[in-house]
Design a protein around this ligand. Structure first.
Ligand code: ATR
Length: 273
């Protein structure tokens, strides 16, 4: 019996239990996936509880992704570089933390748009935690370059300095510089919360600045199609990609770590929808 769960505060809204239970069922694995409401001051005890109760693994969500790292026995290299854990695997009492958000995002982008990321020029809007995971996974795909655009220029520059290499230059700019730097991008990704419900009429960037034919992607999945995506599609002839797939694939990759089985992604997506 495979016991799985998700730690968060709040947790009631989480679609992870539904999605993973469908995946367990489709894979013919006997088990359960439960929501675990954990307040920040109970996080350490909750992690001990994972061992004591023989959970095979848990997902970790807001607000625990960074804090939880100090209670684990081992951190995967990628999660360490990103600085956050969203998946914990329990191997006979030894807890290892992973981050499947960025990998999940890139899998979703590739599966759903058929984009070839090798050699392309990518622009990322935002320089927070979500951007870190996404940029880390994007660099594995060997794009030509990555530019980071952010409201606060300093944060974009710091993040860029951290990730840049001779092979793949990463550079940071402020949103005000978008006009000058976006002209040659192939893929544009919004990692900020601008455009998320209930403020879904907001734009993280003037869509007139987006080159025609760019692939435009948004990590937001509520609404399923943000104003950024709608306007890019309608006015700029862009191929657009919403954030639901990122949620589904971060869960799918976590499920693989928990069970060793590739889950039924389409059934997971249908359940969440
Ligand atoms: P997350 O983990 O979701 O990335 P975060 O680490 O708080 O959250 O980062 C939020 C990102 O969205 C930041 O890049 C932030 O810009 P600043 O660095 O200037 O704060 C960006 N962001 C949030 N609200 C924004 C807004 N109203 N306009 C523009 N950018 C915004």
């Amino acid at each position: 019996h495979v016991l799985l769960g998700v730690l968060g505060d709040p947790i009631k809204h989480s679609k992870s239990p539904l999605m993973h239970k469908i995946a367990l069922q489709a894979a013919g694995i006997e088990g359960n996936f439960v929501p675990l409401h954990v307040k920040p001051d109970q996080l350490e005890d909750a992690v001990k509880g994972i061992r004591a109760l023989h959970f095979r693994g848990v997902n970790v969500t807001i607000p625990h992704k960074v804090e939880v790292m100090k209670y684990l026995d081992e951190i995967d290299e990628g999660a360490r570089l990103i600085g956050a854990v969203n998946t914990i695997v329990n191997d006979n009492g030894r807890l290892k933390g992973y981050n499947t958000d960025g990998i999940g995002y890139v899998r979703s982008l590739k599966e759903e748009t058929s984009v070839e990321l090798k050699g392309v020029r990518i622009a990322v809007l935002g320089a927070g935690g979500a951007a870190r995971g996404v940029i880390h996974a994007l660099l594995e795909e060997q794009p030509e370059s990555v530019i980071i655009l952010n409201r606060t220029r300093d944060k974009a520059e710091l993040l860029a300095e951290e990730w840049t290499t001779e092979a793949i230059p990463v550079t940071g700019y402020s949103n005000d510089e978008a006009k000058n730097v976006l002209a040659t991008v192939d893929v544009l990704i919004n990692t900020t919360s601008v455009g998320m419900s209930p403020l879904s009429d907001e734009l993280p960037l003037e869509t007139s600045l987006i080159p025609e034919g760019t692939i435009v992607s948004d990590l937001i999945y509520n609404p399923l199609e943000t104003r950024l995506l709608r306007e890019s599609r309608e006015h700029r002839g862009c191929i657009v990609h919403g954030g639901l797939g990122m949620f589904v694939y971060q869960g799918a990759v976590a499920f693989e770590y928990f069970t060793g089985v590739t889950p039924a992604v389409d059934q997971m997506r249908a359940a969440v929808l």
